[in-house]
Design a protein around this ligand. Structure first.
Ligand SMILES: [Zn+2]
Length: 101
């Protein structure tokens, strides 16, 4: 003969079940977010944030600057603004003369 589980036990098992499913759901969402991030990166990597066209990367004295091939916007990676800021005036002019046609 089986013993009927007490109310407390039923509550406990229901809560365990809920926690288990919640964890699985959170894991699913985390994976989805990662996939979405990966997809977005693939879609946007080396693309202009404004017009979506390809960026051209130039390297000047170790500073890598990305320039849009369409709208001519100029984009800097982390730390590059400070590096550009530290260039003396002639270096700065030379850097931007690279872009001039
Ligand atoms: Zn652009």
């Amino acid at each position: 003969m089986q013993r009927k589980p007490s109310e407390k036990e039923e509550e406990y098992f229901a809560r365990m079940e809920f926690e288990k499913r919640k964890k699985a759901e959170e894991e699913k969402q985390r994976k989805l977010a990662e996939e979405e991030k990966k997809k977005l990166k693939e879609l946007h990597y080396m693309r202009c944030p404004k017009c979506g066209m390809g960026l051209i990367e130039i390297d000047y004295r170790g500073i890598r600057i990305d320039k849009c091939s369409a709208c001519e916007g100029v984009w800097l990676d982390a730390g590059e603004l400070e590096a550009v800021w530290k260039l003396e005036k002639t270096g700065f002019d030379k850097l931007f003369s690279v872009f001039k046609r």
